[in-house]
Design a protein. Structure first.
Lengths: 119, 108
């Protein structure tokens, strides 16, 4: 069965960096686009970034562009999110999500990793 | 950027029908997807491509989309349907993915 397991969350101060990982299993990882979606405490879902199956096309939400970098290692079935220059408003749960083969929606989600940015 | 507007809350009695709207400019020209998020859990896809259901999702969940409004309908609401619901589309002009503001469904 499809499994997505995030790791790497934690507490950091503003301006610091953090790297999230998402270990995928149960499907052909190299064939699917993958995403990061976040949720601030008590707030709604916010799409963060997307990387297509081969890593050649990458897209970011405007507020993270230039600070976050999405990447993938298809040989290790792992998705990454490198987060630099973190701000307090980046606090939240970060979900790894698989984009359906039919495109443009998310058919499987991980359980999330909590990132807290606080001084 | 494209904006999707949902009512903050909907209340419904058990066994009744809940309708959750998702408003967006000419949303009828886009494919709309819906997610259920129970407290403390990850989102789950309940409707995709306006009205299709993933395997394992009860027939009680249905969707429609026309004009400027998409609707998720939950028939015969059960206590377990109490959750937050989000609509989502792909912003084709920007290669961005957009979520609605979310609706909290309360079973009273």
């Amino acid at each position: 069965q499809v499994q997505l397991v995030e790791s790497g969350g934690g507490v950091v101060q503003p301006g610091e960096s953090l790297r999230l990982s998402c270990a995928a299993s149960g499907f052909n990882f190299h064939s699917y686009a993958m995403h990061w979606v976040r949720q601030a405490p008590g707030k709604g879902l916010e799409w963060v970034a997307c990387i297509r199956y081969d890593g050649n096309n990458i897209y970011y939400e405007d507020s993270v562009k230039g600070r976050f970098t999405i990447s993938r290692d298809n040989s290790k079935n792992t998705l990454f999110l490198q987060m630099n220059s973190l701000r307090t408003e980046d606090t939240g749960v970060y979900y790894c999500a698989r984009e359906s083969a039919r495109y443009y929606y998310f058919d499987y989600w991980g359980q999330g990793a909590l990132v807290t940015v606080s001084s | 950027s494209y904006v999707l507007t949902q009512p903050p809350a909907v209340s419904v009695a058990p066994g009744q029908t809940a309708s959750i709207s998702c408003g967006g400019n000419n949303i009828g020209s886009k494919s709309v997807h819906w997610y259920q998020q129970r407290p403390g859990q990850a989102p789950v896809l309940v409707v995709y491509d306006d009205s299709d259901r993933p395997s394992g999702i009860p027939e009680r969940f249905s969707g429609s989309n026309s004009g400027n409004t998409a609707i998720l309908t939950i028939a015969g609401v059960e206590a377990g349907d109490e959750a937050d619901y989000y609509c989502q589309v792909w912003g084709s002009n920007s290669d961005h993915y957009v979520f609605g503001t979310g609706t909290k469904v309360t079973v009273i």
